[in-house]
Design a protein around this ligand. Structure first.
Ligand code: SF4
Length: 353
């Protein structure tokens, strides 16, 4: 694996070898695919509580929500989310993430529900643009929050994200960290884009200065079906590696840099080095239309809808997915590989520690 983090922080949340800790769960998924046992509850559930956004990122991975489905799917009610969280906890789900459909914090009904979800036994997290971070105090109960920033330079931020929110977001995150006392891991998420390249090192320094723990940069995926702009971008690899190296130089025990490139090929383009969609049942994706889909990368696509968790329809759907033909970058690509090569083929000779 290329150097993506320092040795001190190699056991980190972004390391795809984390998947091997799900070995027992992997086995149950494989058994379910063979019809030998029921499918267990997912470990995590990703929730999209509203079909609306307050920013206009041109590369947005919620395009199906915001552009292809402008017919507003609305936002979830407090009662629906309350009941859903109780139901998920009862099923044994370990964690939930407020995702998108746009920007989750535009749904006012979310107030207090992170608190509730944690109180009934799950861990919580959120991916947000951070503009409304100060309006939801119970986000301090999150295990982690990921703030999509792209650049700490207000002009570049505006070019990419379409708004003047950069300074507000930086202030919100700085205040959150000061009030939080290290209970929640805070990460900045940046995409390696033609517009952001020249400010990545500066953004890394800003992140460090305001106390962000994790600085996460990855190449953008513009090979997705739902993206209709000019893509994919050509990445100058030596320039990218030089920038990544400068960011890594800033690492300390309390400030970690992750340049996540292992999910891409040597030119930082989408790769598929696995054959099946084995890992998707680790996480349940529930979209704003209240339907389940196979994964975050196929939200709102009827072909990928799951009618009932663990049903024959679900099994046939997963078995029938051809990642090379139907998927762009797969969030679970390395996990798919682990199930195939470690669980099914036992290439690691597991009985010989
Ligand atoms: S991107 Fe494709 S292979 Fe990956 S989890 Fe989604 S459906 Fe499965």
């Amino acid at each position: 694996m290329k150097r993506e983090w320092s040795r001190q922080s190699q056991y980190n949340s972004f390391n795809s070898y984390k998947g091997l800790t799900y070995y027992e769960h992997y086995k149950k998924i494989v058994g379910w695919l063979k019809g030998e046992n029921p499918l267990p509850a997912p470990i995590e559930v990703s929730l999209d509580p509203i079909n609306k956004c307050n920013q206009k990122c041109y590369y947005c991975n919620s395009q199906r929500y915001l552009r292809e489905n402008p017919a507003n799917l609305g936002g979830w009610s407090w009662q629906y989310m309350n009941d859903l969280l109780y139901d998920l906890a009862a099923q044994g789900v370990k964690a939930f993430c407020w995702g998108g459909g746009g920007e989750a914090l535009l749904n006012d009904n979310l107030r207090g529900l992170t608190h509730l979800g944690v109180d009934i036994g799950m861990e919580a997290s959120i991916i947000t643009n951070g503009v409304l971070l100060d309006k939801f105090p119970d986000l301090h109960r999150c295990r982690w929050i990921g703030v999509s920033l792209d650049s700490a330079d207000p002009e570049v931020y505006k070019k990419v994200r379409g708004t003047d929110d950069c300074e507000k977001v930086l202030t919100n995150v700085s205040n959150f960290i000061q009030e939080n006392d290290g209970k929640t891991d805070v990460s900045f998420k940046l995409l390696f884009l033609p517009e952001t390249i020249s400010t990545l090192v500066y953004s890394c320094q800003v992140a460090k200065d305001i106390g962000v723990q994790d600085f996460h940069v990855r190449p953008v995926d513009l090979e997705r079906d739902d993206y209709h702009g000019d893509g994919p971008i050509e990445v100058n690899k030596s320039e990218a590696n030089d920038i990544f190296a400068q960011c890594h130089e800033m690492e300390t025990d309390d400030f970690r840099v992750y340049t996540v490139t292992h999910k891409y090929d040597e030119y930082y383009k989408v790769k598929h080095d696995f054959r099946g969609c084995f890992a998707s049942p680790l996480v349940m994706q529930i979209c704003t239309d209240k339907k389940m889909y196979a994964c975050v990368d196929h939200r709102l696509e009827s072909r990928f809808e799951i009618k009932e968790w663990g049903s024959d329809q679900h099994r046939k759907l997963v078995q029938g997915i051809d990642p090379c033909k139907e998927c762009s970058r797969c969030t679970w690509g390395e996990y798919n590989r682990q199930i195939e090569e470690v669980v099914i083929q036992d290439r690691m000779c597991r009985n010989f520690p």
